[in-house]
Each structure stands twice: as structure tokens, then as C-alpha cells.
Design a protein around this ligand. Structure first.
Ligand SMILES: Nc1ncnc2c1ncn2[C@@H]1O[C@H](COP(=O)(O)OP(=O)(O)OP(=O)(O)O)[C@@H](O)[C@H]1O
Length: 352
């Protein structure tokens, strides 16, 4: 079942929290609402769930306008950051809860609960209480509890926010697996771009109550609509440039821009991601900038090199492959050259 949000606005007092927000989650997709703290993600999720009323606009489940329907009538499953398992109930009873409310017959309840417990490999813990589970186990139970009554939609609010990095990774894999297995349309809130990229089919990037961009992870990462999206989705180097005759110049160095979104003006900024810069020992073309290596972090799948251009007073981050790092024999304090493979500039209504 698809979910559409049309022109939804919401104020708390005089503060506008959502401003004419529209997007669609297609049937069976997993959509991430991604944005910084306070951007309105939770409020939007609560409006989709029926836990909050919008001041204007509509929420549609498939072709039904559910804006006036209660959360219960919408038949959605929820998973929140803080487990929200019933403390006085066993794992079995927690998962069974939504089925009892819907008057499922006892044998069917048992079958369904154990089917789901097996799926998350926690069938041996059916008799335990939440206080006897780890954080990751609690969240797996919260996930299957939400899925148990076969909801049309699953809504998750920072579901893995309180867990450590390794457990978060594991649970992301579970979430994706569940999603693929049950084909439930799912919307989840996160401020973690890595999490969104790893599990979502579509990403809705939010900022100050507005949607900045909607697209697949590749679309928003490779083709950010503006400087905010570019900066929010990963590290970025910002180069102050002068615009002259349709070219962006850092001193005598021309930036490789595919198109110029701005007319000539005195100053502008060019955005380049760390993996879009190359390091060389020798100057090889006119887009090379001489820099000194400040710091090298070789731990991880890419080597992170921090450099400084003393001429322009600019600090620059570059990611290189371990092979390239070894071939160049880079060391702190070495003088090297960097050149951009790709650069972007945005129309000036966004500033970071
Ligand atoms: N019930 C409320 N009453 C008044 N203001 C609220 C209420 N709920 C949220 N807000 C305000 O609305 C804004 C958006 O909050 P919201 O929780 O939707 O953002 P968020 O993007 O989910 O943030 P976070 O990632 O920190 O949870 C914030 O400024 C918040 O203080």
C-alpha cells in the first residue's frame, strides 16, 4: 500500500514545524526520513501514523484519505527508539499483544508468535521479561511485535538510536530482511545518513520543516539538489572561488564544473567530496593545488588524508585507496598536489 503526504503543514504555537511537505512512499518500499535534529521528522511520522493532526494538507493510504482517521483505524505498526516493550509481560506476551487485541484465536497466536521469534532467532527467550534482554534483542522483539498483526504500514522512529554501533549494523540488516520478506510499506526516521543509505530504497532529506530532496540513495548522494544536501550527506570540502567569464577560479586554478548555475559575481563556493580529489607527487595539470600533508588516518577501507594549502589558508580532506596510499608512500609534512575529478556549485539561496 502506498502512502502519500500532500502539502502537510504543522505549527506548534507560532513555530512552523512542517511547511507544505509532500512526498510519496510507493507500495512495498522502505523510505527514510533523514535530517538534522529538529527538522520535523518525528512530527511528520506522527502525522502519517495518526498520532498528530496536521493544520492543513492530507495523508493518503493508497487511495483513502486517512487524514481524519485515528491511529488505530490506520492499522500501522510502530517501533520506537526506546523499545517500549511492556515490562510486566514476557517476550511471548509482548509479541502476542497486538494479536490478542484483534481477537486472534489462541492456536493462531501461538503459531504466529513462534514463527516470528524463530525468524529473529529468539524462540528460546519466549519466557523472558524485557529486563532480561540486551538492547539489540529488545529491539528485535519490538520489530516483530510491530509486524505480528500484519499491518499495512510500519513506522519506525530512530529504532536503533540507543544501541551501540555493532548492534545497530546487525539490526539494519534485520530491518531490511523483514522488509523484503513481508513487503510492508515502511517509513523510518533517522538522522544517520549511513543508516539511511544502507537500508532505504528512497530517502527524503528534511531541513527546517521542509523537504530539500527526495530520491534513491545514489540520486541524493551523486546529484544533491543543493548545498545543504551535499553537506548533510557526507563530508565535503568547500573552496571559495571567484567567478570570471563563466569559470570558477581558486587563484589561478580553474575548478572542473560541468555547468555554471550562477552568473559571474565576485565570490562563490565550490563543493568537492573527499573521494573526488586526487593526490599526486607531481604537478600534472592546471587544476592542481600544492598542499602539505597534516595528518593521515590509514585505519579503515579508505585512507583519510588531511592537508593544508598554505597559499590559500585552506584545510582539505581527501580519501585515497590503500593501494594508492602505498604507491605514493605518503607521510606527514610531505608536499603534494591535489586535483579535483569532479566539483559542484549551487545557486546561492543555500548557505552552510
Ligand atoms: N508537542 C510539541 N509541542 C511543541 N513543539 C514541538 C512538539 N513536538 C515537536 N516540537 C518542535 O518541533 C520541532 C520539530 O521536532 P521533531 O521532533 O519533529 O524533529 P526531529 O527532526 O524528529 O528531531 P529529532 O531528530 O531531534 O527527534 C522541534 O523544534 C521541536 O521542539
Amino acid at each position: 500500500m502506498s502512502i502519500a503526504v500532500r502539502n502537510v503543514s504543522k505549527k506548534f504555537g507560532v513555530a512552523s514545524v512542517l511547511d507544505r511537505v509532500s512526498f510519496e512512499a510507493k507500495t512495498g518500499t522502505l523510505v527514510a526520513l533523514l535530517g538534522p535534529s529538529g527538522s520535523g521528522k518525528t512530527t511528520l511520522l506522527r502525522i502519517i501514523a495518526g498520532l498528530e493532526n496536521p493544520d492543513s494538507g492530507n495523508v493518503l493510504y493508497q487511495d483513502d484519505d486517512v487524514t481524519q482517521s485515528s491511529a488505530r483505524e490506520r492499522n500501522v505498526g510502530f517501533v520506537f527508539q526506546h523499545y517500549a516493550l511492556f515490562r510486566h509481560m514476557t517476550v511471548f506476551e509482548n509479541v502476542a499483544f497486538g494479536l490478542r487485541v484483534r481477537h486472534w484465536a489462541e492456536p493462531r497466536i501461538k503459531e504466529r508468535v513462534f514463527e516470528l521469534l524463530k525468524l529473529v532467532r529468539l524462540e528460546d527467550l519466549a519466557g523472558r521479561y524485557p529486563s532480561q534482554l540486551s538492547g539489540g534483542q529488545k529491539q528485535r522483539i519490538a520489530l516483530i511485535r510491530a509486524l505480528a498483526p500484519q499491518p499495512r504500514v510500519i513506522l519506525l522512529d530512530e529504532p536503533f538510536g540507543a544501541l551501540d554501533a555493532k548492534v545497530r549494523m546487525e539490526l539494519r540488516t534485520w530491518l531490511r530482511r523483514f522488509h523484503d520478506e513481508f513487503h510492508v510499506t515502511s517509513i523510518f526516521v533517522t538522522h544517520d545518513q549511513e543508516e539511511a543509505f544502507e537500508v532505504a530504497d528512497q530517502i527524503v532529506v528534511m531541513n527546517q520543516g521542509k523537504i530539500e530532496q527526495t530520491g534513491t540513495p545514489v540520486e541524493v548522494f551523486e546529484h544533491p539538489a543543493n548545498a545543504f544536501v551535499m553537506d548533510f550527506l557526507g563530508n565535503v570540502n568547500i573552496f571559495p572561488v571567484r567567478l570570471q567569464d563563466g569559470r570558477a577560479m581558486l587563484g589561478k586554478i580553474e575548478m572542473p564544473l560541468p555547468s555554471m548555475p550562477m552568473d559571474d559575481s565576485e565570490e562563490a563556493r565550490v563543493y568537492i567530496r573527499p573521494h573526488e580529489l586526487e593526490i599526486d607527487r607531481i604537478r600534472n595539470n592546471n587544476t592542481c593545488l600544492e598542499v602539505k600533508i597534516l595528518h593521515i588516518n590509514p585505519a579503515g577501507s579508505v585512507v583519510k588524508v588531511r592537508l593544508i594549502s598554505e597559499e590559500y589558508g585552506l584545510t582539505v580532506n581527501v580519501d585515497v585507496s590503500p593501494e594508492r596510499y602505498a604507491a605514493l608512500k605518503l607521510r606527514s609534512s610531505d608536499m603534494v598536489y591535489i586535483s579535483p575529478k569532479k566539483a559542484r556549485m549551487f545557486a546561492p539561496d543555500y548557505t552552510i
